[in-house]
Design a protein around this ligand. Sequence first.
Ligand SMILES: NC(=O)c1ccc[n+]([C@@H]2O[C@H](COP(=O)([O-])OP(=O)(O)OC[C@H]3O[C@@H](n4cnc5c(N)ncnc54)[C@H](OP(=O)(O)O)[C@@H]3O)[C@@H](O)[C@H]2O)c1
Length: 281
Amino acid sequence: MRVAITAASGRLGAEIVKATAALSGTEVVGLARTPANAHGLGVEIRPGDYDRPEQLRDSLRSADAVLLVSGMDAPDKRIGQHRNVINAARDAGVRKIVYTSVQGAEEGAAFSPIVQSNRQTEEDVRQSGMDWVIGRNGIYIEPDIDYVDSYVEAGGITNCAGDGRCGYTTRPELAYAYARMLTDDEHNGRTYNLHGDAITQYELADYLNFAFGTNLTYSPVSVEDYRADRVAELGEFLGDVIAGIYEGIRNGAADNPSHYAEAAGRRHISWPDYFAQLAAR
Ligand SMILES: NC(=O)c1ccc[n+]([C@@H]2O[C@H](COP(=O)([O-])OP(=O)(O)OC[C@H]3O[C@@H](n4cnc5c(N)ncnc54)[C@H](OP(=O)(O)O)[C@@H]3O)[C@@H](O)[C@H]2O)c1
């Protein structure tokens, strides 16, 4: 079986390439908008810019299945880019498509337009005529690991999630599930929430303290204050998106049932085990 994975130059795409290539009987081709960024993966890399339909069709020839990693552009533009990949795959004779969607508030939060654009692509995937599987990713926990020094500098974790629980995940855990969703037809027609146990920001602070020997505390602030703070630092678009993600956590949109074990055939790593591994590094 030959599987094509888009955005192979990105962190999630690269992890999915590695996890899928590790399965016996599977040949992996990586697609990348910037092939030079997708080095060291040990697989063939072909050009794959979501804005170039013909290039996508050429690169997807001879693939049996394609994994579409959600793009990074503004919501309206994203829908068209994803359609370019879906149409190119169908035109190239690809049999199955797997899409990395997202969990989150579909209405009422600044993150909602992004969630809605992902829901539109989910619908486009379901109507594509190909076999399909959809994963709705939880929120990556890695940015919080990368931010530890900034949290220490700021004196703790501050955001508007409040007491809300968040089903975090990691890119390698997602990749493990996607490799199986791609290569095993028992998943066809399923939409899976992919994340580990849901935790609060208070618990996140405790886990970070355990792994890194820090003394972080969590301080909730209002959605309005957090949005103003993020927009001042990151600009209107990104600041709004980040505040919207935490607003969604506050409102329960990131606290969903997880289907990870069904998708991956094993349990998601537990947070005590994950942070113990970080502590041991
Ligand atoms: N669940 C979460 O917490 C969360 C958080 C952030 C983002 N996301 C979503 O998850 C996706 C993957 O995350 P990541 O960590 O792998 O991000 P990443 O490391 O920043 O990688 C983004 C990838 O998207 C590619 N890309 C962007 N625009 C493209 C286009 N027009 N055509 C083809 N490729 C394009 C980039 O290619 P180049 O090398 O050419 O730049 C890069 O490979 C993101 O795109 C976003 O939709 C999820």
